[in-house]
Design a binder for this molecule. Structure first.
Ligand code: HEC
Ligand code: HEC
Ligand code: HEC
Ligand code: HEC
Ligand code: HEC
Ligand code: HEC
Ligand code: HEC
Ligand code: HEC
Ligand code: HEC
Length: 387
């Protein structure tokens, strides 16, 4: 298959298309009957060059019944550099129904209908991704009748899509990662605008920082679920933990990696970790990381306006669940500090006191119980030997 679309004339007029179509169809028939080379078994298919003889023309359009305009021109340069062309996927591998011109009659009346008809061709070669999408929120929305939910071609233009992942390691390529939030922004623009101002989104979009999460680190890609379920909420600290306990990553930014341990040790986190995860269908009213830090608008705690290191801001957060909380209320919580003699001396010493007191008390009781049992056995034996 030739990857170039050179040497073709640029002077076709729309009226000439039909003539060309007949010529191409004849050529294909000749090939099929083995007069021009191809194996006799192969069906009549058009080469990329043959398709591009028409679709390579610029400004080629068609007005659909919906009165929307369908652009029929395919940019030859972009297609040449696309992953599909580089991997030798031909036009007809996806457009399997088009074998000649005139094309088979279209049933789609609008642009969206056409997309919904054509995108199913992806599953022939990408069944893994296709199957994953089947129980995603987007697919469920689509099944519910809202055709605006994302399908393959909303996120991947089949004619221009570049390689996204490394062919060997499967890791996402750096340039592609930066583009992800923009892909989602086409339909979730408000969230994107918020995300862009967050500590994560700002680092990605302004500094090309690759360590921060994009939309898909928190939501998944092809199997995006409902983020408002109780189980998603309960599992969510794990998403944050995947990066925020990684000291190689966090040391670069001088951010503490104690945040998850201290959260789990805290009364809020402890209840979530110990009890509620075992019955994930129950709604939890305890805070998870994003109740305090925000979701798409996470800021540095030291942010002068919105940072929750500021007591006033933190108090607002607590008041959502502790409405009676007054200005001193946040002091009742140690934040993410691991208590030490300097920061929380009372907690620190009380902690140690218990660490010593509890083993001593329990150990003492055990000793007492055991010696009592031994004593009783000895007494019993003595009694038995006397009678
Ligand atoms: C002779 C010129 C010509 C050739 C060759 C041609 N097309 Fe078309 N194509 C058109 C025109 C004109 C339309 C506008 C709709 C119509 O008239 O069917 C079109 C429409 C389309 C559409 C829009 C949907 C539809 O069915 O109308 C697709 C997809 C398409 N062509 C793909 C291809 C592919 C793939 C090839 C090569 C296998 C190809 N075309 C070869 C002229 C051509
Ligand atoms: C990887 C699969 C794939 C390949 C390869 C492919 N197409 Fe398409 N094509 C599609 C899909 C899917 C659509 C529907 C796009 C959408 O939803 O907007 C489409 C749409 C079109 C359209 C309608 C206009 C548009 O852009 O929506 C034309 C014309 C077309 N293709 C021609 C071609 C030609 C010519 C080639 C080869 C140079 C080609 N296609 C290669 C999958 C493919
Ligand atoms: C005839 C087979 C075929 C069809 C149909 C097809 N693709 Fe592909 N696609 C490939 C091949 C081969 C690659 C090369 C990468 C690979 O090895 O997976 C690829 C690569 C990709 C990549 C980049 C993958 C990466 O890891 O970088 C995306 C995204 C993609 N295709 C999307 C689509 C979409 C969307 C459709 C439907 C419109 C589609 N493909 C239809 C064969 C196909
Ligand atoms: C909501 C946007 C979106 C939709 C819808 C979508 N993808 Fe993707 N896809 C992505 C993103 C983002 C990536 C790259 C991220 C990653 O996987 O690391 C990707 C990656 C891929 C890859 C590379 C391999 C991989 O799994 O990472 C292929 C192939 C692919 N998609 C095909 C498809 C096909 C086929 C469909 C439809 C069944 C589809 N995608 C639907 C956004 C989407
Ligand atoms: C073509 C438009 C489109 C694109 C692109 C798109 N989405 Fe969606 N998405 C929707 C629609 C429509 C819904 C249904 C619920 C709604 O209206 O918000 C939805 C729902 C969701 C939901 C479930 C939320 C809810 O309200 O139930 C999540 C999460 C989501 N999308 C994330 C993403 C992510 C992440 C990306 C990018 C990788 C993305 N979407 C790309 C249209 C899109
Ligand atoms: C740090 C993790 C994280 C990142 C990054 C993230 N989200 Fe979310 N997202 C969440 C959580 C958690 C929820 C659930 C919020 C709730 O309980 O209402 C959510 C909710 C949503 C919803 C549904 C509820 C709503 O607010 O409409 C959509 C749609 C969505 N996210 C899309 C996106 C998009 C698009 C991006 C990228 C621009 C993104 N998310 C980035 C964690 C994240
Ligand atoms: C994919 C990795 C990743 C995930 C997932 C992630 N983060 Fe981050 N986070 C980072 C990185 C990297 C930084 C540092 C960014 C910078 O300073 O430029 C950061 C910064 C922060 C900061 C600001 C710290 C400071 O002192 O400036 C907070 C707060 C934060 N993240 C909270 C969260 C929460 C809450 C979640 C889960 C909902 C989460 N993060 C998920 C990587 C991640
Ligand atoms: C009850 C509210 C609350 C919860 C729940 C919470 N945090 Fe925090 N977090 C704070 C406050 C207040 C600060 C700022 C004061 C401080 O640094 O201790 C902070 C600071 C941070 C920082 C910045 C640390 C640094 O070194 O700059 C990160 C990162 C962070 N939290 C992540 C998380 C993660 C991840 C979770 C869930 C595992 C979580 N937080 C749960 C309130 C909370
Ligand atoms: C999403 C809701 C929510 C948020 C936000 C929240 N809490 Fe709580 N908190 C609870 C619930 C529910 C309990 C009861 C825990 C239990 O019984 O296991 C609780 C218990 C407590 C307790 C134990 C004493 C008591 O009143 O039962 C303290 C102290 C506390 N929270 C402090 C805070 C502080 C300080 C903040 C703000 C930084 C905060 N909480 C934010 C829901 C929340």
């Amino acid at each position: 298959m030739s990857k170039q679309f050179q040497g073709r004339s640029r002077v076709w007029l729309t009226t000439g298309l039909l003539l060309l179509g007949i010529m191409i169809a004849t050529a294909a028939t000749l090939r099929q009957t083995n007069l021009v080379g191809a194996s006799p078994a192969s069906s009549a298919t058009l080469s990329n060059d043959e398709c591009m003889a028409c679709h390579g023309e610029s400004g080629m359009t068609l007005t659909l019944e919906s009165e929307e305009i369908l652009w029929l021109s395919i940019d030859a340069n972009k297609f040449t550099n696309s992953v599909h062309n580089l991997e030798e996927v031909a036009c007809v591998d996806c457009h399997t129904d088009i074998t000649a011109f005139p094309h088979p009659e279209r049933s789609a009346h609008s642009l969206r209908e056409l997309s919904l008809e054509l995108y199913t061709s992806c599953k022939e070669c990408h069944s893994e991704q296709y199957d994953k999408t089947l129980d995603s929120m987007h697919e469920r929305t689509l099944a519910g009748g809202d055709t605006n939910a994302a399908i393959c071609t909303d996120c991947h233009n089949p004619h221009t899509q570049a390689r996204m992942t490394h062919p060997v390691t499967g890791e996402i390529l750096l340039l592609e990662k930066v583009k992800i939030p923009q892909t989602c922004a086409r339909c979730h623009s408000t969230i994107y605008e918020t995300y862009k101002q967050s500590v994560h989104g700002y680092a990605l979009t302004s500094k090309y920082n690759q360590d921060v999460p994009t939309c898909i680190d928190c939501h998944g890609v092809h199997n995006i679920g409902d983020p408002r379920t109780a189980s998603y909420r309960l599992e969510s600290p794990q998403i944050c933990a995947s990066c925020h306990t990684d000291s190689d990553m966090m040391d670069k930014y001088g951010v503490s990696t104690d945040v998850v341990d201290t959260y789990v040790a805290d009364f809020h986190g402890a209840t979530i970790e110990l009890f509620e995860k075992r019955s994930p269908d129950h709604d939890s009213n305890k805070p998870v990381c994003y109740d305090c830090h925000g979701i798409h608008d996470i800021k540095s705690p030291d942010d002068p306006d919105h940072g929750i290191a500021l007591k006033e801001n933190l108090l607002i957060t607590c008041q959502r669940c502790h409405p009676e909380a007054d200005a001193n209320f946040p002091d009742s919580w140690m934040s993410h500090y691991v208590p030490d003699a300097e920061h929380y001396p009372i907690v620190f010493y009380v902690d140690w006191f218990y660490k010593i007191l509890i083993p001593v008390v329990i150990g003492g009781m055990l000793l007492f119980v055991i010696s009592d049992i031994v004593r009783r056995i000895i007494d019993k034996r003595k009694g038995a030997s006397h009678s």
